[in-house]
Design a protein around this ligand. Structure first.
Ligand SMILES: [Zn+2]
Length: 360
């Protein structure tokens, strides 16, 4: 059986027996034997489309079964910090190592995604599993719970994206326990992809806000404008960022933010990349490069920014190279609070925008 047929059959297996679920989407009596039969045969990798179709089926039709849980691997959080290996990769754990009931797992876990090899990926917060859970998890793992912000800076991009998604969705569920339409309690589905109002049955999905973030250069392209907010670590200068308002295009939002924060006229905007960012809530960071009229005088909005400065390309490159050479040293500098200029650490979209500009 080739992988295409395997996946077709697996998708069919996931649809099979989709009897009516209870309100939480949990159907303990349903068994999808074909899934476990298939798992040994999958062998090769699944295509992106195959994996997305399977995840969609779980979210929208079948919900999660105990068998799906047992085929999965888990990213564990304790008090908001993920369980990582010594080299900042996710310390994935099997369900059987968690010493918990499937029902309890389902009430606490969310479906994150699916690995290329066909393993379902879950995130779960062990708070709620009992006081001994943290030690129980650590005793069965090679990892340790790592500060969430540090984790995002150090993890591989794909894994950082999973960690950010999990944190944002956990937070959304915590803050949205009641229906915004009628005020009644809402109930999350088994994959944690939405909540349904207990009374009026309105369905609510996790939200995210668009944020424009822009690296500004003058028209000679020999100088870059970087800014710092009071909450930034000492010495760190970053890109201008701000929420896109209702009714604005991305370009309009960026032109407005640059005008408001530093008093410069944007001549051109080019989209470069985007990133999900879960501070302080769930944001879609949309990264751009912009050229401004560098002959204008800076007019810094000190209610938003502590400082804004032009830096030469050479200054910025030196800082970026330093971070690339030793990212952990940079994180130490942030912690200790030196006044030496540095650009945002890797893992941030600001870092990527600066890197792309210098490489371009
Ligand atoms: Zn309602």
């Amino acid at each position: 059986m080739n992988s295409r047929n395997v996946c077709h059959s697996l998708a069919a297996a996931l649809r099979f027996g989709s009897t009516k679920l209870n309100r939480s989407g949990w159907n303990p009596s349903r068994r999808c034997h074909s899934i476990s039969n298939m798992s040994g045969q999958l062998g090769g990798q699944l295509s992106y489309v195959q994996r997305m179709k399977m995840l969609q089926n779980l979210r929208e039709k079948t919900g999660i079964t105990e068998e799906v849980i047992r085929r999965g691997k888990c990213l564990i959080y304790y008090k908001g910090d993920p369980l990582l290996t010594d080299n900042f990769s996710i310390a994935w754990m099997d369900f059987d190592d968690l010493q918990t009931e499937p029902k309890l797992f389902l009430e606490n876990a969310m479906l994150l995604g699916m690995a290329e090899g066909g393993q379902f990926q879950f995130a779960v917060q062990i708070v709620g599993f009992g006081k001994e859970s943290k030690q129980a998890v650590l005793s069965k793992s090679q990892g340790s719970f790592t500060d969430f912000r540090l984790s995002l800076m150090m993890m591989p991009t794909y894994e950082a994206s999973l960690a950010s998604k999990a944190k944002a969705i956990f937070n959304w569920h915590r803050r949205n326990t009641h229906c915004a339409k009628c005020g009644s309690p809402s109930i999350r589905n088994s994959t944690a992809s939405c909540r349904t109002c207990h009374k009026c049955e309105e369905v609510w999905y996790p939200t995210l806000s668009p944020v424009g973030i822009v690296l500004v250069a003058d028209s000679t392209k020999s100088n870059l404008l970087l800014v710092r907010q009071g909450r930034h670590p000492k010495g760190m200068y970053s890109c201008i960022a701000g929420y896109v308002d209702s009714g604005e295009t991305l370009e309009e939002g960026i032109r407005r933010e640059v005008a408001e924060e530093v008093g410069l006229t944007v001549l051109s905007v080019d989209y470069k990349a985007s990133q999900h960012w879960s501070f302080p809530t769930s944001n879609l960071m949309i990264g751009c490069h912009a050229i401004v009229n560098g002959n204008e005088t800076l007019d810094v909005d000190t209610s938003e920014l502590e400082d804004a400065r032009w830096f030469s390309v050479e200054e910025v490159r030196r800082s970026l190279d330093s971070i690339k050479t030793n990212p952990l040293e940079t994180m130490s500098a942030i912690k200790e609070g030196t006044n030496q200029f540095f650009v945002p650490p890797r893992g941030t979209l600001a870092h990527s925008l600066i890197d792309a500009w210098l490489s371009g």
